[in-house]
Structure formats: C-alpha cells, structure tokens
Design a protein around this ligand. Structure first.
Ligand SMILES: *Cc1c(COP(=O)(O)O)cnc(C)c1O
Length: 369
C-alpha cells in the first residue's frame, strides 16, 4: 500500500514519534498509566487558559461525536431546553443527538456560508425564556467557516444560559481562552489539532456545572459526571480506556509544546491555509467562503467549470502522488475540501499545488480534444 499524507480535518497526518508511542501495551490500573491520564487532563486545562478547581476536564472514549453526545445528554436536565445554532452538518448533528436523547430543544439554522447573527439569537432567547442552554460549533468543518463564539457567548450569558461549544476541529489549532469566552462546556477530540490518533474525545468545563449534572445522564457509558467522578479520583477511566491512543496523545501534547504551543501551531496552520488559497487561486480555483469567514483549518473549493473534471479521478490522481483530500459537504455548491492541519507544512502545499495543476492541465487537454 502506498503511504500518503492526509489533507483532511482529522484523522490527520501525525508524526512518526506519535505513532511510535503506541508500541507499548499498558495496563489500565497501573499507576504510571493513571498518571498519564491525570497529566493529560491538567495540560488540556492549560491549553484552554483555565485551571482547577474552577474548571475541570474529562476524557471520554469514542470519536468526537461521543463527546458531544456525552455533554448534551448529561448536562441538559429534564426541565431544561437547549437552543442549537447550526450553519452546517455538525451543528445539525447536535439536533440528531437531542432527538435521540428526547431532550427539549429549538434550532436556529443559518446557511453554511452565513455568519451567525447574534441579534437573531438574542431575539430567540428573549422570546423563549424556557431555554437554559445554548450550543454551537466553533469551526464548522462542513464548509470551513469560523463562527464567532464571542458574540454568541455574550448573548447567551446575558440571558443566564449555559454555553456549550463544539470546538472539535479548532481546539489546539486556534487559541481559545475558555474563561474569557465564557464557555461552560468545550468539546474536542484526540485526532484533530492536538495531532493525536482517533479514539477519545475530551471535555473542558466549569466544575460547578458538571457537578449539577449528577444523575442527569440519559446514558450509562456517556455519563459525563460519572466519568469525571471516577477519572478525577486517580486517573483511572470507567470501563476500558484506549490505552495506545492515550499514549499517542500524551506524546502529541509534548510535541505541541515543543512547537511553541497553540499560538505557534495556529501560525503554521494560518501560513498553510493562506498559501493554499493563494496557490489554488493562481491555478483557477475559487474558494467557497470569503476570507473574513474562512478558518485556518479547512477550505472548501468550488468545482471548476470544466466538463472533464471529475472529483473521483482527481482524488485518485492526487492519492497516487502522496496526498488524500476530502469531498465537499456544503449543500449549495459542488465543492471539495482541503484540510491543512496535522503534520503538514508549506512544502506539502507547494507539492499539492503542482499535482493539482498537472491534473487540471490534463482535464483541459481532454476538454479541448
Ligand atoms: C470532527 C468533528 C466532529 C466529530 O466527528 P467524529 O467523526 O465523531 O470524530 C464534530 N464536530 C466537528 C466540528 C468536527 O470537525
């Protein structure tokens, strides 16, 4: 099998040293192993610019969605109601979760290239005083749009609501001050900007609000309060933890520190993304979002007006040359996506541009033939 690098928003390309960290079979109740979990929980708080005892963190088995589902089904009580704000598939997935969980909700939808309007959110909260929680996505990976969580958190807090943010594809790649932004529950996962491998999600939250979630969970395995209660005792997880993934994540955190922390990583991602758009525009592609809405994580490009263009053919052409890209997910246009997070540098973007340009020349020749 040919090795290729991932230009996708996670799982993403990790370093060899992160992969090598998994070559140990660890015992889950061993003290050294439990210490690793405790250390990870502490470091995550540092990355979020918060600390114990006001804030705490919990690691949860499963992919990112398990983390989102764990929060929504554990902290929204039976008398509560959540406002879900969505401008893409991940926001809409929260609606699916609350429907499954039989949680009272209302949803406010925006187009996938549209900024969320805080005035509209304020109106909804003013009109419906039953709403106790507000949930939204930070970087909506569907399109690559970066939502303004600050303006929404202000509105949510003014109305006394708990603020839940899916920062899956941004945490670790965009500096997020959880306290300043008044985020009560932030969810992310191991295989995104921290650059670990898939296997668990994590939650950074206000301790008192998590304590309020006692006995509210609608699911045993996703009970966030109970998971925290056990994990915060000595680092042991409830049920089997993904030991190899945890070791890889500890190594990934070390490498994030060595890179210079979140701000340095954000800079690298921003350089990658700027170069990507500049180069792709030069070979005739148009990005789906305007620059002011675009995240430094993933970019949607509109299919070229070229009858000979085929996504599958382009995908195979690029993969044979060492990279995997991502299909589009927005509804209003035919697009494909290029992620620039993970162990990806400007040299990769330059190589990709060359491959892409070669492919486009091929289709142009065919079209004019
Ligand atoms: C990746 C991602 C998720 C979680 O997806 P999983 O496939 O469950 O890991 C959730 N929200 C956003 C914004 C994401 O980018």
């Amino acid at each position: 099998m040919n090795k290729y690098k991932l230009l996708t928003p996670g799982p993403l390309t990790t370093t060899d040293s992160v992969k090598e960290a998994m070559l140990i079979d660890h015992c889950t109740w061993d003290d050294d192993y439990k210490e690793i979990t405790t250390e990870i929980r502490k470091k995550l708080l540092e990355l979020a610019h918060v600390s114990e005892p006001e804030y705490t963190s919990v690691l949860m088995q499963g992919s990112g969605t398990f983390g989102v589902e764990s929060v929504l089904t554990s902290v929204i009580g039976h008398g509560d109601k959540v406002l879900i704000i969505a401008n893409g598939a991940y926001g809409e997935r929260m609606e699916e979760i609350v429907i499954y969980g039989n949680i009272s909700y209302t949803i406010c939808l925006f187009d996938d290239d549209e900024m969320i309007d805080p005035n509209k959110i304020n109106e909804i909260l003013r009109a419906d005083t039953a709403i106790t929680h507000v949930a939204m996505v930070h970087c909506e990976t569907t399109s690559g749009i970066l939502n303004d969580i600050q303006s929404i958190s202000k509105v949510a807090k003014r109305r006394g609501c708990t603020f839940i943010v899916d920062a899956m594809s941004s945490f670790g790649g965009i500096d997020i001050d959880v306290k300043e932004l008044q985020i009560d529950f932030l969810i992310s996962s191991a295989n995104k900007c921290i650059q670990g491998v898939p296997g668990f999600s994590f939650v950074i939250c206000k301790t008192n609000l998590l304590m309020d979630a006692k006995e509210k969970a609608r699911s045993l395995s996703l009970d966030l309060y109970d998971q925290w209660k056990v994990q915060s005792r000595d680092g042991k997880w409830r049920f089997t933890s993904p030991t190899h993934v945890v070791l890889a994540f500890a190594q990934a955190l070390k490498e994030l520190e060595e890179e210079g922390g979140v701000k340095a990583r954000e800079e690298r991602y921003r350089r990658n993304q700027r170069l990507l758009v500049k180069n792709f525009e030069e070979i005739g592609f148009i990005s789906y979002l305007g620059k002011e809405r675009q995240s430094p994580i993933i970019t949607s490009f509109i299919y070229p007006r070229n009858a000979a263009f085929s996504f599958q053919e382009m995908y195979d052409f690029i993969k044979e040359r060492g990279y995997a890209i991502y299909p589009g997910k927005v509804t209003k246009a035919d697009t494909f996506r290029i992620g620039n997070i993970g162990e990806i540098y400007e040299e990769d973007i330059i190589k990709l541009t060359g491959i892409m340009s070669e492919y486009m020349d091929k289709t142009k020749e065919r079209e004019s033939a």
